[in-house]
Design a protein around this ligand. Structure first.
Ligand code: FAD
Length: 501
């Protein structure tokens, strides 16, 4: 059989998606004779936002052979232990979605079932008191993960906030200087297709240069140059489920708090993010243009800044959803070119990461066996839908009275989400679905945060009496208090570990 190995890959776009793809592909394919080229337009900027991540980003760092400290030093990074949701259940309330677990499971019964049993017997201690990262985050502390956690109480994870522009620059330098990625500055004006196969054959730059490749990776942002425009793959629009379609972003100087978490504050027509970095705070209001004007949204954001504004408002428009196929013929899209889900749980960068990993797991040769793209597209669609459901729960669960929130509560929910809500409300069950990005503790944190209480607890929780559980629970709280008392401040952690020299 003739060697049909892919010989060249062209990545279109030099934003977070393009440079993340360049680094991971060049690292994993380094022993193969595959030339990787990244084309970036000097005229078209990057989206310029995307500062919060989820813990999986640290796997990406490992995969490309860099340390957390290196990335953080290069990108003014801070720690993220989770997200605080302010005013979501109702104005004046707050709860936390941690990257961690609650309590200790026993006899294969999840901890929250025992907690529920105690609650039904009159113990009103919030679930959050049994979660170490929540307790540390609320005190602006950073825990050092134990090498070997003795039980679930010590199990937690953490992610990173970074300056997206600096992160992309760090990745670009590495890709060019260490990994041999060819960097072409130029604006793609057209893509030509092979008449017989319909595959993309080459792209033409506005200065007349032409670049050919076997495999094209579309990282061109919302334009979706190759997948959307050239190959005309349609977009599945979820605006009817997640109505926010715009954002205004604006960094400001630091106020008092360097929080080791993202803050999300519900607003009249959407929600506002606050992401602390070492050198500034990132802020943005994600809103529904049907419910508030651009000017009002910008004014709301500006009025709430904790420090001096460091830039003009950056107005962004988006459409929630994804391309019906993210891999078509010889083109795979990553990042905004593939789809977009609002940044409520910081899932865009992790979708880029899982997209690259999935491409590597289904890496084609020049025959492009359709089964590879089919499986890639099946998994990708599920991954987007699972995250969409998790985001929808955020809008559905609260009690706010404004029009946007009332409409979201009245939505006809996708059956996959309705099923999860029934399972939790009925018996406190947290089912796992194929290709879930968010695990049971994340779903639990939202249900508990919205004070949705199951009708009954697991009958197997009766293996312990309420009194026995009371004693054990007090020990857990004491152990968490001890761990918290040993943690250092977030500032200290950054100063000692990651400070920019
Ligand atoms: P872009 O950054 O838009 O880059 C596109 C690239 O394509 C650019 O280099 C451009 O020059 C190039 N290009 C375009 N057209 C051409 C052409 N014709 N020729 C050559 N090159 C071209 N994600 C998170 O994970 N966490 C967050 O907190 C988060 N917050 C967000 C907030 C908002 C309001 C928005 C809109 C997004 C947010 N995201 C977040 C998503 C995140 O910003 C993106 O997923 C990430 O930046 C990747 O963008 P990208 O590289 O796909 O596109």
């Amino acid at each position: 059989m003739a060697n049909q190995q892919i010989r060249s890959i062209l990545i279109a776009g030099g934003g977070t998606a393009g440079w993340m793809a360049a680094n991971l592909l060049a690292t994993r394919l380094r022993r193969l004779p595959i030339e990787i080229t990244l084309v970036e337009s000097p005229e078209i900027g990057t989206v310029g936002v995307g500062e919060a991540t989820v813990p999986a980003i640290r796997d990406y760092f490992k995969a490309i052979g860099v340390t957390e400290a290196e990335v953080m030093q290069a990108s003014q990074g801070t720690v993220k232990l989770g997200i605080e949701f302010r005013d979501w259940r109702a104005p004046g309330t707050s709860f936390f979605h941690p990257f961690g677990r609650y309590g200790v499971d026993a006899f294969s019964v999840p901890f929250h079932q025992y907690w529920l049993k105690r609650r039904m017997a009159g113990d009103e201690t919030p679930l959050a008191e049994y979660c170490l990262p929540t307790q540390a985050a609320m005190r602006n502390l950073m825990l050092l993960p134990p090498d070997q956690p003795v039980n679930d109480l010590g199990v937690f994870d953490w992610a990173i906030h970074f300056d997206a522009g600096l992160f992309a620059r760090f990745l670009a330098q590495r890709a060019r200087d260490t990994l041999g990625v060819r960097h072409v500055q130029g604006t793609i004006s057209a893509a030509s297709r092979d008449g017989e196969s319909g595959r993309i054959a080459s792209v033409t730059l506005s200065d007349g240069r032409s670049l050919e490749a076997d495999l094209f990776v579309d990282c061109s942002g919302f334009r979706s140059l190759m997948l959307g425009q050239t190959l005309e793959v349609p977009y599945e629009d979820w605006t009817h489920l997640l109505p926010c379609d715009r954002a205004v972003a604006m960094p400001c100087a630091h106020g008092d708090e360097l929080t080791p978490y993202t803050r999300s504050t519900a607003r009249e027509a959407g929600w506002q993010w606050r992401i602390p970095l070492q050198h500034r705070v990132g802020n943005g209001y994600v809103y529904s243009s049907r419910h508030i004007s651009d000017d009002e949204a910008a004014a709301t954001l500006i009025a709430s800044l904790e420090g001096e504004a460091l830039a003009e408002p950056n107005m962004l428009r988006f459409r929630t959803g994804h391309r019906t196929k993210v891999w078509e013929k010889n083109c795979v899209a990553l990042g905004l070119a593939a789809g977009f889900l609002e940044p409520l749980e910081s899932t865009s960068i992790v979708l880029i990461q899982s997209g690259i990993e999935r491409l590597l797991a289904h890496f084609p040769d020049r025959d492009f066996d359709p089964s590879l793209a089919d499986e890639f597209n099946r998994i990708t669609a599920l991954e987007y839908a699972r995250i969409r459901d998790f985001l929808l729960l955020h809008y559905w669960g609260g009690q706010r009275g404004e029009a946007l929130w009332q409409e979201c509560r009245a939505l006809d929910l996708p059956e996959t989400l309705a099923q999860r809500i029934r399972a939790y409300k009925g018996a406190g069950k947290l089912p796992r679905f194929e290709w879930d990005s968010f695990q049971p503790p994340s779903w639990l944190s939202m249900f508990a945060g919205f004070e949705i209480i199951p009708a009954r607890y697991d009958p197997l929780a009766d293996q312990f009496t309420t009194e026995e559980l009371g004693g054990t629970f007090a020990q857990m709280r004491a152990a968490i208090a001890r761990a918290v008392s040993l943690a250092g401040s977030h500032e200290q952690f950054i100063a000692e570990t990651w400070a920019v020299p």
